[in-house]
Design a protein around this ligand. Structure first.
Ligand code: HEM
Length: 362
């Protein structure tokens, strides 16, 4: 990395697990979770995001939130996710740019609905989330200023929280968070703004990638796509294999808090340590024939949602969206053809596509 000593790339499944399980030795809080150190004012803005907290503060914030993301609670959203998927696919017919026009729409609607955001604001949420993950792609970055856009999203959330405090509670995550206690006190509007920004960015592009890279993988393996069509009970397993092979996030970083070692390699206090999920998911000590895409792979202990303290809070929601969307897509379109080359987004963090031209035929 220009102008600095670099970072340690942790590549083995067991070593990624070791780093994730020892937050007192590998901190998410000291310098955040990205390889590029953030300027102090940006680092300060991340202080209220649970992704960038260490225990015990992390535990105090995560515990009350985790209640609302349990499998049973998220399971109740299935009908809604199906309804949104159907409406979206109803309007997608013929030639489409699948990443932006189809896959990107559902997650912003689902997250928007989770928070009780009015439907007319869902496109803005999607735009902000897309901009934050496009920062390293000169073609996509255009003339917008990422910091300014993220600030806009936080201001939107702060104003939304203020408005909602003045109203009767509703059956959504916003009301639950505003009524909850984090570290013994209620969340301030500012903290809500940070939390909202994190959830919107965490839940959008990751899910978009799962849906679009997943479909591309299935199109590249027509015999497995045919098997899924014939037996939709294979879909949950296919979603896991899609996540293993097309993990939406390449890595998250930690900072060593003391001199230590990994697999005999000395690591110094202050060193950057990156957990490369992309590599761990292909570890030959864990996955037989690791380079092969196999929707029947079982067990499939991929690390695409991380593990330990920071294990993805939205895991059940992501899996639900993956399963329901695929069920609806395959049921509606008996023929799906790729009409041009897919194009990858330029990023060392987001392992996604920026375009996937398809023809969907009923
Ligand atoms: C396929 C979709 C998704 C993938 C691949 C994914 C991946 C991840 C990963 C790898 C982490 C761990 C970070 C770490 O160890 O530092 C994480 C954490 C998190 N994810 Fe997800 N995520 C997805 C969807 C979602 C959704 C839909 C939501 C919510 C709506 C969400 C919310 C979060 C939150 C809040 C955290 C932080 C948890 C903590 O720090 O305790 N994610 N995610």
């Amino acid at each position: 990395m220009p102008g600095e000593p670099g970072y340690w790339a942790v590549l083995k499944h067991a070593d990624v697990a070791h780093v994730a399980r020892n937050p007192e030795l590998f901190s998410a809080e000291r310098q955040g979770v990205l390889l590029e150190n953030l300027p102090p004012e940006r680092l300060e803005q991340t202080r209220n995001m649970i992704l960038m907290m260490d225990p015990p503060r992390h535990t105090e914030y995560r515990k009350p939130l985790a209640e609302h993301f349990k499998a049973r609670v998220i399971g109740e959203m299935e009908d809604r996710v199906r309804e949104l998927s159907r409406a979206l696919l109803e309007s997608a017919d013929g030639d489409v740019e699948f990443v932006h026009d189809v896959a990107g729409v559902l997650p912003s609607q689902v997250v928007g609905g989770l928070f009780g955001i009015p439907a007319e604001d869902w496109p803005s949420i999607r735009q902000w989330a897309e901009q934050s993950t496009s920062q390293q792609d000169p073609e996509l970055v255009g003339d917008f200023d990422v910091t300014a856009e993220l600030t806009k999203m936080a201001i939107y959330a702060i104003q939304f929280a203020m408005a909602r405090r003045a109203q009767e509670p509703k059956a959504d995550l916003t009301s639950l968070i505003l009524a909850g206690e984090f570290g013994g006190k209620a969340m301030s509007d500012l903290e809500f703004g940070s939390f909202f920004t994190q959830l919107v960015t965490a839940g959008n592009d990751t899910t978009k990638t799962m849906l679009s890279s997943g479909l591309e993988l299935l199109l590249q393996h027509p015999e497995q796509l045919a098997a899924l069509r014939a037996d939709p009970s294979l879909i949950p397993g296919a979603v896991e294999e899609i996540l293993r092979v097309a993990n939406p996030i390449h890595y998250f970083r930690r900072t060593a808090t003391a001199d230590t070692e990994i697999r005999g390699v000395p690591i110094k206090a202050g060193d950057k340590v990156a957990m490369w999920y992309t590599s761990a998911n292909r570890d030959e000590d864990v996955f037989a024939d690791a380079q092969r895409f196999d929707i029947r792979r079982n067990p499939n202990p991929h690390l695409s949602f991380g593990l330990a303290q920071h294990f993805c809070l939205g895991v059940h929601l992501a899996r639900l969206e993956g399963r329901v969307f695929l069920e609806e897509l395959l049921a509606r379109f008996p023929k799906i053809e790729q009409t041009g080359e897919s194009r990858r987004i330029r990023s060392n963090l987001n392992n996604g596509l920026k375009s996937l031209p398809l023809r969907l035929t009923r």
